[in-house]
Design a protein around this ligand. Structure first.
Ligand code: GLN
Length: 251
């Protein structure tokens, strides 16, 4: 039986807007295909020290306070995370989790939280606390070689700069900064994004890309995933795309 092993880091604190729902989506889409999907939780007092057996490491979003609270626990595992990424494990990083894999996150009080520096980008929040990127967002990305509109919700004060390979172009909403026109950070085994929703519930193609990547990384013969009935998900997407992109035209 195919299996995917996930390490969900700090689920109790990095779960802004129900980001832990991304784990439920992956478990559901694996179960429907008879793929075993196990999720281990890493909390501040966790005794997990070896990340090499995981196919996916996941961090959700969090407010400044929670990011501060977990930064020491994250830094403690810097080497394991670097090794896992280099070995090809998938990193799924949402908002606050995205920010903390870069060089630093300087919050709206000017407090600088050191990031792991796995990636060269860095994030700075305006001292003007009301200047935040909040609202629905649509990003045009290429996922598994297919142009895909990724739909979500963003709420961040942090502006992320020096992003060498963004996830995609913003069609609606803000993205990495208020004006950059691009959103997120992408590698074949990294999706780092500001999109809450949770992300994967509105974007089945992204969920399936992650599942397929994690399975095929361990196979000599890459396999396709059996399709699932995404009628409801696609209906929801059509309605959101219609509503948001049409409203953009009127602006
Ligand atoms: N606290 C960070 C910010 O405001 C991240 C927020 C989030 O995870 N939604 O930019």
């Amino acid at each position: 039986m195919d299996e995917i092993k996930i390490l969900h880091m700090f689920p109790a604190l990095l779960n802004l807007y129900g980001d832990s729902g991304n784990m439920e989506v992956l478990k559901y889409r694996c179960a429907m295909r008879n793929i075993r999907c196990t999720v281990d939780e890493y909390n501040i007092d966790s005794d997990i020290t070896d990340f090499s057996g995981y196919d996916l490491i996941y961090l959700g979003g969090g407010a400044d306070l929670e990011q501060n609270a977990i930064s020491g626990g994250l830094m403690k595992n810097k080497e394991e995370i670097f090794k896992a990424h280099a070995a090809g494990a998938f990193l799924l990083l949402i908002c606050g989790g995205y920010q903390l894999m870069g060089k630093f996150y300087r919050d709206s009080n000017g407090i600088e939280i050191p990031g792991l520096g796995l990636f060269d980008y860095y994030t700075t929040a305006s001292r003007e606390k009301s200047s935040r990127c909040i609202g629905n967002i649509i990003v045009e990305a290429e996922i598994d070689g297919v142009s895909t509109k990724i739909i979500g919700f963003e709420n961040h004060g942090g502006m992320t700069e020096n992003v060498k390979t963004p996830l995609g172009k913003v069609l609606y909403g803000f993205g990495n900064t208020e004006k950059s026109g691009y959103e997120g950070y992408f590698e074949k085994n990294v999706i780092a994004t500001y999109l809450h929703g949770p992300l994967l519930s509105k974007n089945p193609a992204v969920a399936d890309y992650i599942i397929k990547y994690c399975l095929n990384r361990k196979k000599s013969q890459p396999a396709e995933l059996a399709p699932l009935d995404d009628t409801i998900e696609n209906k929801c997407r059509e309605m959101l795309l219609e509503r948001l992109l049409k409203s953009n035209e009127k602006d």
